[in-house]
Ligand binder design. Structure first.
Ligand code: GLU
Length: 449
């Protein structure tokens, strides 16, 4: 085994030994570390400086108690976190996730991913992630507000526009960011607009931030297809999820002439042979905060199936997983390939398992990895920070044009780096190497910190 392969295996083994239960974190670390071996071989001084050991260790992890009162007057206790992973390139930046599955392994995986993803945007942001095991599902607005206020009362000590800038993720959208911002302002006694992104437009959120992750995903996939002389127009697209990423991915896919036939939530999925009616999905998810199965009540030609993983059995040309981590396992990947899928674009974070990625790449499926393909959301968050610092606002068209450029650059960087390092067409390796080399060089330049 080569020296660098051995080095990577030792570091990965060390992670498993130290925190054996952090499986999600191990799998993202494995994906990144095994694909950057060519960069380690080119730069042997990284090993001497123990860059990998330093990279996999978050700079700071904060865990705290969140106590709040529900509508019945009962006391509830949740756990809150912020993982400040890497500040080589700027203030820690990354979303907050409110979901019962949240634990340190999930947040370390997301914070590690975010560190690499954020470098790809080319903007001055480090990487972080946070959240809570609080479940917003079924909670009233007042309960969500009380939870957010309690959560921010503690979090406010650890964040700031030049220190750490949270945003949304699963379970945290405009409503939650509004309550969090209100409490930050109250506790800190200052109007620091750039402390959170994804804010409402009235209090200096960026135009196009809501759409950015979904739109950015489609811009990336469009670049990837066009590079191969293909087009999105006329393609059948399978989307999973029905949250913010899925909704704007569907919208842009339709605008670009594709036909989207599915979407899903954690209970099941919809198949609409006529193409998904996005206005109805928005009404269900954004206005009524309902379940996706309600779609068939107004669209009798559509089918609802219990169980969200069945969505991958639908035949299509392009699959866009936009729900959550590990939603495409090897079995799902095999079905997609057998059904003739030509491209996969990851809208969620780490939706494909390592085995699924290997299966796609081994069967000539064009594969757009999450870090690159879904970076549009955080890129526009960074543009929101710029606008807040300038105390200025760009138009929707200006932000959208910048987003398009950023996604094009990410695709081109990943593609050319994959070629340079001897793995042409492998956008997973290409994007990991681009980010790794940039972060590693800064860490070296900044000394032993
Ligand atoms: N949660 C999003 C992500 O996974 C956005 C983070 C942000 O805007 O800071 O990239």
């Amino acid at each position: 085994m080569s020296i660098m392969k051995n080095y990577v295996n030792n570091v990965l083994g060390g992670l498993i030994e130290k925190d054996p239960e952090q499986r999600e974190f191990h799998s993202t670390a494995k994906e990144v570390l095994t694909t950057i071996i060519p960069a380690l071989e080119k730069n042997p001084h990284y090993k001497e400086a123990r860059i990998l050991e330093r990279l996999v260790e978050p700079e700071r992890v904060i865990s705290f108690r969140v106590v709040w009162e529900d509508d019945k007057g009962e006391v509830q206790v949740n756990r809150g976190y912020r993982v400040q992973f890497n500040s080589a390139r700027g203030p820690y930046k990354g979303g907050l996730r409110f979901h019962p599955s949240v634990n340190l392994s999930i947040l370390k995986f997301l914070g590690f991913e975010q560190t690499f993803k954020n470098v790809l945007t080319g903007l001055p942001i480090g990487g972080g992630k946070g959240g809570s095991d609080f479940d917003p599902k079924g909670k009233s607005d007042r309960e969500v507000m009380r939870f957010c206020q309690s959560f921010m009362t503690e979090l406010s000590r650890h964040i700031g526009q030049d220190l750490d800038v949270p945003a949304g993720d699963i379970g945290v959208g405009g409503r939650e960011i509004g309550y969090l911002f209100g409490q930050y302002k109250r506790v800190c006694n200052s109007y620091e607009a750039g402390v959170l992104t994804g804010k409402g437009l009235e209090y200096w959120g960026s135009l196009a931030r809501t759409e950015a992750t979904g739109y950015g995903l489609l811009y990336f996939v469009k670049n990837m297809l066009e590079d191969q002389g293909r087009s999105l127009a006329g393609q059948t697209v399978i989307v999973s999820g029905s949250g913010n990423v899925a909704i704007y991915a569907i919208q842009k896919a339709q605008e670009l002439g594709a036909k989207v036939v599915t979407c899903s939530d954690s209970n099941g999925y919809i198949y609409d042979p006529n193409g998904i009616d996005l206005a109805e999905v928005k009404a269900i998810k954004e206005v009524r905060r309902g379940r996706i199965k309600e779609y068939v009540a107004t669209h009798p030609q559509a089918e609802y199936h219990e169980g969200c993983s069945g969505v991958w059995s639908v035949k299509g040309d392009i699959a866009l997983p936009c729900a959550t981590q590990n939603e495409i396992d090897l079995e799902a990947a095999k079905i997609l390939v057998a059904n003739g899928v030509k491209a996969v674009g990851e809208g969620a974070n780490m939706p494909s398992t390592l085995e699924a990625i290997a299966h796609f790449q081994g069967n000539q499926v064009l594969f757009a990895p999450a870090k690159a393909a879904n970076a549009g959301g955080v890129a526009v968050s960074a543009l929101e920070m710029s606008q807040n610092s300038l105390r200025y606002r760009w138009t929707f068209e200006e932000v959208d044009a910048k987003l398009k450029d950023i996604m094009k650059n990410i695709f081109e960087d990943a593609k050319s780096t994959a070629e340079e390092y001897g793995c042409p067409g492998d956008l997973v390796a290409g994007s990991n190497i681009v980010s790794f080399v940039k972060v590693a060089d800064i860490m070296l330049a900044n000394g032993l910190v």
